[in-house]
Ligand binder design. Structure first.
Ligand code: FES
Length: 258
């Protein structure tokens, strides 16, 4: 059930260049089940920006009633957010959206591909898959080494490859360059990141079962404002759509136009 709560910051730190890890505590965590869901944060109570900001959930710790987000401080709202300190509170609406389906058989192999700030939701996903006995592979793409985060965390769950556009860490290029080199075999694909990356994966693996999480500019975050619509792929009339915030953000590969 969606809830709104003023949650307490338990920790907040910069983990890579302009990339922040923010952990919050509160009852709302009890409602978090599926990896890939997101929350809507009200950064400021009084001054601009009044709009909430959608941020994906990177880790859920029910035992501690705590969850963690990882975000990039690159806009006015997120830069303001980055100055908040442990002990302060933030108004959180969530959990929102439909996340990644994770019902898989023990021993199956899953490929998780993330790009930039699309990487964080794959961490909770990977943890939950591993708990079910799924073997996971991660392929993570970033601009440059100073933007890379959570390599140890991902590596502790499964084999992890990294690509950087400038070649400062791992394979030079994009996640697809790693995939071309490694020829990994897997039963299911999960991905979150920029649209060109998702498109490239859709083209590369047309026959595989897969799920992608879309990043879209949002307004309400709860299906009321139509700011986040995307069109269905198999609809020649172009009139059928889905809302990323409430129907997604996770869709089956090939379901919506990207
Ligand atoms: Fe308002 Fe999706 S953000 S409908």
């Amino acid at each position: 059930m969606i809830q709104q709560e003023k949650m307490k910051i338990s920790s907040h730190r910069e983990i890579a260049s302009q990339i922040f890890e923010l952990s919050l505590e509160g009852e709302l965590v009890n409602e978090m089940k599926q990896p890939g869901q997101f929350v809507h944060l009200r950064i400021s109570e009084s001054i601009e920006p009044l709009l909430r900001r959608p941020i994906s959930i990177a880790e859920i710790e029910h035992r501690h009633k705590r969850f963690t987000m990882i975000y990039r401080a690159d806009g006015k709202g997120t830069r303001m957010l980055s100055h908040k300190k442990a002990g302060e509170t933030i108004d959180v609406l969530g959990p929102l959206g439909n996340g990644f389906p994770i019902e898989r058989k023990k021993g199956e192999k899953a490929l998780l591909v993330g790009g930039g700030i699309g990487v964080p939701p794959l961490y909770e996903l990977s943890k939950q898959l591993v708990k079910q006995g799924v073997e996971v592979f991660h392929v993570l793409g970033h601009e440059t080494a100073s933007k890379v985060f959570y390599m140890d965390e991902f590596s502790s769950l499964g084999k992890t490859y990294v690509a950087t556009v400038d070649g400062s860490l791992g394979t030079k290029g994009f996640v697809t360059d790693v995939l071309d080199q490694e020829d990994l075999s897997f039963d299911c694909l999960y991905s979150c990141g920029p649209m060109p990356m998702l498109k490239a994966l859709e083209n590369k693996y047309p026959a595989i079962e897969g799920y992608i999480s879309l990043e879209k500019r949002m307004g309400c975050g709860i299906g009321a404002c139509f700011a986040c619509v995307c069109h269905l792929a198999d609809d020649p009339s172009g009139t059928k759509y889905r809302k990323v915030c409430s129907d997604g953000p996770v869709f089956k590969i090939g379901e919506v136009m990207i």
